[in-house]
Design a protein around this ligand. Structure first.
Ligand code: SF4
Length: 316
């Protein structure tokens, strides 16, 4: 889902760094106009794996992005599914859930005024009506996949944060946590898109294993089940992790974080063009599309230091 609070919240300013002159010559100390990343969320980890330059634009430059209909619909549907559990179990019906949509849509528009522009060119409201109907269909489909009258979530929209031994902070928002009477934990995430083909399931599970790692670090409990509920296609993808899975994810995240730190210090954020570029809001700033990134807002280390940092990179 699209979230903002789970995203990186940098808090540590770089120290002892210098601006690199255009000719690579010695540099003078500068005051950074941004702050380096201090933690990692599944979304931003995914950004870096997709394209390091995209990560830079989102986390360091914080370039604005246009709201999209699909992402906004996802946010709306998530809000409805979360709020439905406020009702007594027997009243968690599809009509009740659909009745929540107008109010949640109003709340969303109030809290994020930029969303207004989504339908600014739709004065008759026809496109908005179709969009809301699609949201209703997604909500209805959920009832074919899960039965909320038989669920009592332990947590909804749970913000989690844990620090690894290395000092790396992981954070994120879990859509739903179910805890069985036996104490077994199930982590559930709703997706308003379609389930990936089997060969891409591992990528889809990365986010869930990330959350499982955070829960394990926080509670010393390995979640019994990870569950992705795809409302777009009506599929449920589950995975029962073992400790070795979480240890593997932790090693992967540490390697990723090392690569992010190196790029942050050197200012070397490579574009990695893929077919996903079609969804990127930043083509105008991307060299792959003839654009120029904005001036790097952080100091960079001198070249020899940068090479040293690069040399430390690699799989753990
Ligand atoms: S357009 Fe593609 S290559 Fe360029 S920043 Fe966006 S995702 Fe990366």
């Amino acid at each position: 889902m699209e979230t903002s609070t789970e995203d990186v919240e940098p808090s540590v300013a770089a120290e002892g760094v210098t601006a690199q002159a255009a000719d690579g010559a010695a540099a003078t100390p500068v005051v950074p106009t941004a702050i380096p990343p201090a933690s990692l969320s599944p979304s931003r980890a995914g950004d870096f794996m997709q394209c390091p330059l995209l990560y830079r634009f989102r986390v360091i430059d914080r370039l604005p992005e246009k709201p999209s209909e699909a992402a906004t619909r996802g946010t709306l549907v998530h809000a409805v599914l979360e709020r439905l559990f406020d009702a007594p179990a027997a009243e968690r019906t599809a009509p009740r859930a659909k009745s929540l949509i107008p109010g949640q849509w109003d709340r969303l528009r109030e809290s994020r005024p930029e969303i207004q522009e989504l339908f600014a060119d739709d004065p008759e409201g026809e496109r908005l009506a179709g969009w809301l109907t699609q949201a209703e269909q997604l909500v209805e489909r959920w009832f074919t996949l899960e039965d909320p009258t038989r669920l009592e979530p332990a947590e909804r929209e749970l913000f989690v944060e844990a620090e690894l031994d290395s000092g790396l902070r992981l954070r994120g928002i879990i859509d739903r946590v179910d805890v069985a009477p036996t104490g077994e934990v199930r982590i559930v995430d709703y997706k308003t898109g379609k389930a990936p083909r089997p060969e891409y399931a591992e990528g889809a599970l990365f986010q869930m294993k990330f959350y499982a790692l955070v829960v394990w670090r926080l509670k010393q409990v390995v979640p019994r089940r990870l569950q992705l509920v795809y409302l777009g296609s009506g599929d449920v993808l589950t995975y029962d992790p073992v400790l070795a899975d979480l240890e593997r994810v932790e090693r992967k995240l540490l390697a990723l974080w090392e690569a992010i730190r190196t790029a942050t210090e050197t200012g070397d954020w490579r574009p990695r063009p893929t077919k996903l570029c079609g969804w990127c809001d930043h083509q105008a700033h991307c060299p792959e599309f003839g654009g120029t990134p904005p001036p790097y807002p952080l100091p960079v280390r001198a070249p020899e230091s940068a090479e040293g940092a690069q040399g430390r990179m690699g799989p753990d």
